[in-house]
Design a protein. Structure first.
Length: 346
């Protein structure tokens, strides 16, 4: 690692801010002390790479309302359990009597619907990495003729968020692109970033050596003034991506406008079920009224996700807001920037 750090310094490029837009990269950077290692050369900054964190509290409120008002069985992956909505989390709702169940596969929710007459609702959260699995579950539910299974789709797509960042006033000189998402959508999906915005980009793996190599490549692009999309994580990522997964996404979902915590409404950045699968759309199936409510007072989670501040800049960080008693989503998720900074700050 120190050899790579020296090679980075030898590029002669310094004072640049590089943003990683993947929660696993954020955790790796904190765990392996990469920010300290690169101090004085480049600044690593976290972006909206944590899918749990960018899910707005109104989507969580809507999911909970379906459970409270309609008595549905709410199914979700475990990383959403403690993420706060405006009034409660899934964990707190379960303590109040809502039937909340953790699943380890989207098919677990489909199988559950086969075993009960009650409504079963799956919370569809995540980027292009998890959305194909939800799509497969919807197709399977259709094949089985299920009438009590639905999905509350809150998926987000990464390229749209990157364009929002690249076109904003946030100073970023290069992107460390997400490895998992890129394995699905392919490197070609990001070509607009260097072409339209002159933004250097590298798709990186998750080991410390991967990330340091990605930083070196980004600085070499900056030095040569030749922005492009390069693949450091070639053992898992190709230009074209995973065609089978893309086919599922295109069959089941269509783009829609979506709200991101910290970035607001981004046109075409969400995924909703196509009309062919409307019977499995929980947003259409359940009539629930969910008012807009403000984020918790003093919480800067949204600004952390937008790359405007670092976690320690929040007055709640490490005091009123800890992993045991989180105020914002960024402190809850295992991929959240606040959780990463808190866990490895020593």
């Amino acid at each position: 690692m120190r050899g790579l750090a020296q090679a980075i310094r030898e590029t002669g490029v310094s004072g640049k801010r590089l943003m990683e837009v993947c929660g696993t990269h954020t955790m790796a950077a904190a765990r392996f002390g990469l920010r300290s290692l690169l101090e004085g050369t480049v600044r690593l900054s976290s972006g909206p790479g944590c899918p749990v964190c960018v899910t707005p509290q109104k989507d969580i409120d809507r999911f909970l309302a379906i459970g409270f008002a309609h008595g549905a069985i709410l199914t979700s992956f475990g990383d959403m359990l403690r993420v706060p909505g405006s009034e409660s989390s899934l964990e707190e709702a379960r303590a109040q009597g809502v039937d909340v169940r953790i699943v380890y596969s989207c098919m677990d929710a489909v199988d559950l619907a086969c075993e009960t007459d009650r409504e079963v609702v799956l919370f569809g959260v995540g980027f292009e990495t998890t959305a194909p699995g939800v799509g497969v579950a919807v197709v399977e539910a259709q094949k089985r003729g299920l009438r009590n299974f639905s999905v509350l789709a809150a998926h987000k797509t990464m390229p749209a968020a990157l364009e929002a960042l690249a076109s904003s006033d946030i100073e970023v000189h290069g992107f460390i692109l997400p490895g998992h998402v890129s394995a699905i959508i392919g490197a070609g999906a990001y070509e607009f970033l260097p072409e339209r915005y002159g933004m250097p980009c590298v798709i990186s793996g998750f080991e410390p050596a991967d990330m340091l190599q990605a930083v070196k490549v980004l600085l070499e692009q900056i030095k040569a003034q030749q922005p492009k999309v390069e693949i450091q994580y070639s053992r898992a990522v190709s230009r074209e991506g995973n065609r089978a997964a893309q086919a599922v996404l295109n069959r089941v979902f269509e783009p829609c406008d979506a709200v991101w915590r910290g970035l607001g409404m981004i046109e075409g950045s969400g995924l909703r079920l196509r009309d062919e699968f409307a019977q499995f759309d929980a947003a259409k199936r359940f009539d629930v009224e969910v008012p807009d409510r403000p984020e918790p007072a003093g919480c800067l989670c949204g600004q952390v996700l937008a790359g405007r501040v670092d976690p320690p800049d929040c007055s709640l960080f490490g005091e009123a807001c800890t992993p045991e008693h989180p105020v914002g989503a960024c402190m809850v998720s295992s991929e959240g920037a606040c959780a990463a900074w808190y866990r490895y700050r020593g």
